[in-house]
Design a protein around this ligand. Structure first.
Ligand SMILES: Cc1ncc(COP(=O)(O)O)c(C=O)c1O
Length: 345
């Protein structure tokens, strides 16, 4: 389905002349760079040479990602975490004080926070009791409120479940705005990605991150895959050098070692099995929900008290009682960490 995505963008973004950084104006080969007012002598605080600005378009990483995912680099945006991508998406498409976004709680909190920061009204259509998408109600809300952006988190945080493919496809087919599918946890159930839908929907944006399966949360690197027209808008709106040089180097190395990521994912999934079994047999745990991720959502008697007691023992899990009655979320740790948690529980 072809959407006129340009006409969905804010008028000022359609007219924007992006900043042309010194490094982005240069193409070709050179040995002496005196175009960006850096310090040519040395870096303070380290022996590594960080004197020069990094590649503003992160070409090396995009080249590798494009190869792996069989896309073109023009379909890839890299952000300072996927949180940067989420914020930029709203800044590109949504007029502050006027446009709306649709979310399906309980879900990842940053969609609403980013919307609030951008002064956008949030239309909430809660997930059903089994945490699947309430398609008829989402369609009704689309009709009633005409949101600009629809956020679908699959697998969903904090509930841990993948969304039904047919439900997501039904929304993709029906919605004329921007559909953002957040696949932060997709490496834990890779065959369920919607990336293969990218050629069919130029209004689709898929967010991924190096923070979870890749084990690189501290480096802050998120991906958005989308049509070249959307990616071009991302590149125009982002700060010129949004991904630092160290992150670019490590990410390029990581993409040469996918085997390690695959092995880590398997180890995490194995550890999850043990943690699921231990939680399921605990007398005070009322329900353990299906997990397609590296975390487990569960319901437990006196959840807030349990959370506090664990905290007193130096074990931090996530108290989700504000978004779900007696809800708790635990990240799968190493076997030793999980054992300590179960013992404390
Ligand atoms: C669903 C989801 N999307 C995005 C993020 C943020 O990812 P990043 O670290 O790339 O900003 C998280 C972090 O927990 C998440 O759960």
């Amino acid at each position: 389905m072809k959407t006129d995505v340009r006409s969905l963008m804010r008028a000022n973004i359609q007219k924007l002349t992006p900043y042309a950084s010194a490094r982005s104006e240069f193409t070709g080969k050179a040995d002496i760079f005196l175009d960006a007012n850096e310090n040519s002598f040395a870096s303070v605080g380290t022996d590594t040479d960080y004197t020069r600005y990094p590649d503003p378009l992160q070409k090396a990483i995009k080249q590798k990602l494009a190869q792996i995912e069989q896309l073109s680099p023009e379909q890839i945006f890299l952000g300072n975490g996927s949180d940067e991508g989420i914020d930029l998406l709203l800044r590109i498409f949504c007029e502050p004080g006027k446009d709306k976004v649709l979310t399906m709680p309980p879900t990842y909190g940053m969609y609403k926070v980013s919307a609030d920061i951008n002064d956008l009204e949030v239309v909430s259509v809660p997930l059903k009791a089994d945490f699947s998408i309430d398609v008829p109600n989402v369609l009704k809300a689309i009709e009633a409120f005409s949101p600009k952006v629809l956020f679908i988190c699959s697998p969903n945080n904090p509930t841990g479940n993948l969304q039904n493919r047919e439900d997501v496809l039904a929304l993709l087919k029906a919605f004329k705005g921007i559909v953002a599918i957040d696949e932060a946890y997709i490496d834990f159930c890779a065959e369920h990605s919607f990336l293969s839908e990218l050629p069919h929907f130029n209004n689709l944006v898929i967010f991924r991150t190096f923070s979870k399966a890749w084990g690189l949360a501290a480096l802050r690197l998120g991906i958005a895959y989308a049509s070249p027209e959307i990616i071009s808008a991302f590149n125009g709106v982002k700060p010129p050098y949004n991904i630092n040089a160290h992150t670019q180097i490590i990410a390029a190395q990581a993409l040469e070692d996918i085997g390690k990521k695959t092995k880590l994912v398997q180890e995490i999934l194995d550890a999850k099995k043990d943690l699921l079994a231990a939680l399921s047999s605990h007398p005070a745990v009322e329900e353990v929900f299906r997990s397609d991720t590296n975390f487990i959502f569960f319901k437990m008697k006196d959840a807030t008290k349990v959370y506090q007691k664990l905290l007193n023992e130096g074990i931090i899990i996530r108290n989700q009682t504000k978004v779900y009655p007696e809800g708790l979320r635990i990240t799968v740790g190493t076997p030793a960490e999980n054992e300590a948690f179960i013992k404390a529980l």
